[in-house]
Design a protein around this ligand. Structure first.
Ligand code: AMP
Ligand code: MG
Length: 332
């Protein structure tokens, strides 16, 4: 493994891009201060240049290299970092002028986090520079939670994938921006639901869903209405009665627990059933397995994937967000 880490570092130093494991999903990393390297990330992913990247720093001390923290939110930033870093919380802050335009899509802000994954951290630290790293998939498709999924998405387009097994969170980081409010706790604008839940953030401030667009531009393009999408149409049902199968079509079920007596499992002769949290119905397990299961169903040659809802509390908010976006604006 040590050789692989050295190779990853050498490639990143030369301005190449490398797929690396993080605790959320696999990322496609480039030296954040090297615009030519960052451009390769956009090209490999076929990502539109209006969709900014998250910058990953090796230590909290590196924050001033990429972001400017105004005095009125400094205490809140420190509290959040103290509690959730390293980990799956991304902060949107004012951008340091050293961060290339391409990384932030020309925005005056930069999205920053410190990954908790030991392999990612080791490479980030050894390189001594921040890493811009979006999910290692083609734009709009399912995020990869294993090295084999990265190879399916980007094989032949990138020189190296570091395989460190499955990701332990399974969904992308929570993204927030912070607004100070005189005499009150701060307001956290939630740009993307993720592993750090609203309930966890509420200990430090009030949480509100961020507006999704500023003018024509998405604020957090992970929030585009169609995203994280399989190629097979995915239909998210609210209740079993909403399912109206067409004669001769092959349907697979994306179930929460997969239990035989569940209202969705017993609804139809499914071609296949994949459970997010087999037997037990745990949201953390469902999050870890979500993209893996979506990918399996996408490869099953179905006419449509039918997804049953999970309860929208805690991690369930982020899971339902991904399911809605996988269904797209017109499909559900
Ligand atoms: P990905 O790593 O592929 O999940 O994509 C990174 C996400 O971070 C995208 O959804 C971006 O919209 C979001 N993001 C990155 N920079 C910013 C920023 N400055 N303001 C708002 N969102 C951002
Ligand atoms: Mg992504």
């Amino acid at each position: 493994m040590k050789d692989a880490l050295r190779e990853a570092c050498a490639l990143l130093q030369q301005g190449e891009i490398v797929a690396l494991p993080t605790e959320t999903v696999y990322g496609l990393a480039a030296d954040a201060f090297n615009p030519a390297a960052v451009a390769k990330v956009f090209a490999a992913k076929e990502r539109p240049s209006f969709d900014p990247l998250i910058v990953h720093i090796a230590s909290r001390g590196d924050l001033p290299r990429v972001a400017i923290v105004p005095d009125d939110i400094a205490d809140y930033v420190n509290q959040l970092i103290g509690k959730f870093w390293p980990g799956p919380l991304t902060l949107i802050l004012a951008r340091h002028p050293d961060v290339p335009d391409l990384v932030t899509s020309g925005l005056p802000t930069v999205a920053v986090r410190q990954s908790a994954h030991p392999v990612f951290r080791a490479i980030n630290k050894a390189l001594g520079r921040p890493l811009a790293a979006p999910s290692a998939n083609r734009f709009g498709s399912i995020s990869p939670t294993s090295a084999s999924a990265v190879i399916k998405e980007l094989g032949g387009r990138i020189p190296l994938v570091i395989d460190a097994g499955a990701c332990c969170e399974g969904i992308e980081s929570t993204i927030i921006s912070i607004e100070a409010r005189p005499g009150k706790k701060p307001l956290f604008h939630l740009h993307r639901a993720g592993p750090i839940t609203k309930e966890q953030l509420q200990e430090f401030g009030r949480v509100e869903k961020a507006r999704e667009t500023v003018g024509q531009l998405p604020q957090a393009p992970g929030q585009l209405a169609s995203h994280y999408a399989p190629r097979t149409p995915l239909i998210l049902l609210e209740k079993p009665e909403d399912f109206h199968p067409e004669e001769g079509k092959r349907y697979g079920l994306l179930s929460y627990t997969g239990a035989d007596d569940g209202p969705f499992v017993s609804l139809h002769e499914w071609e296949c059933i994949e459970a997010l949290s087999p037997g037990s119905g745990k949201l953390a397990e469902a999050a870890i397995r979500l993209f893996f299961v979506m990918r399996r169903l996408d490869e099953a040659g179905l006419d449509a994937i039918i997804a049953e809802p999970v309860s929208e509390t805690g991690l369930g908010v982020a899971i339902m967000d991904r399911l809605r976006r996988a269904a797209g604006p017109n499909k559900a």
